[in-house]
Design a protein. Structure first.
Length: 128
């Protein structure tokens, strides 16, 4: 038995502009806010995990997906987020192409978008 196996996970995401990031995560993604912490971060409940936005003046620019949200129906999730102003990325690379924002990757479908800080976020739907 691992001491970590049954713990709650918190994803830490640095942001330059906390107010701008909060507007996106609360209004566009409709995440459930838990509130501000004394150290300056702002926390959301996401399923059985938490997402913590923390102010970092220089921000961050990861070239990979920072968060992936598993959804039951990716097409419906894309439509809902687009109706709230979320813009999805499209790719046309060798071996990696999106069609209507979706790329099939082995056993899942995936679609990517960015938050106002430039963090790459993903929706994914398991196929199996």
């Amino acid at each position: 038995m691992s001491v970590l196996a049954d713990t709650q996970v918190t994803c830490m995401l640095p942001v330059k502009d906390l107010a701008r990031a909060r507007e996106f995560y609360e209004q566009r993604l409709k995440l459930k806010p838990l509130g501000a912490k004394p150290d300056g971060k702002f926390v959301y409940r996401v399923g059985g995990t938490e997402l913590a936005l923390f102010p970092k003046p220089e921000g961050t620019k990861a070239e990979h997906t920072a968060i992936s949200f598993r959804v039951a129906n990716i097409t419906a999730a894309i439509a809902e987020l687009k109706s709230r102003g979320v813009v999805f990325d499209d790719y046309d690379l060798p071996g990696f192409k999106t069609v209507e924002h979706v790329c099939v990757l082995g056993s899942e479908k995936a679609a990517w978008f960015r938050d106002p800080e430039g963090n790459i976020l993903c929706l994914h739907e398991d196929l199996a």
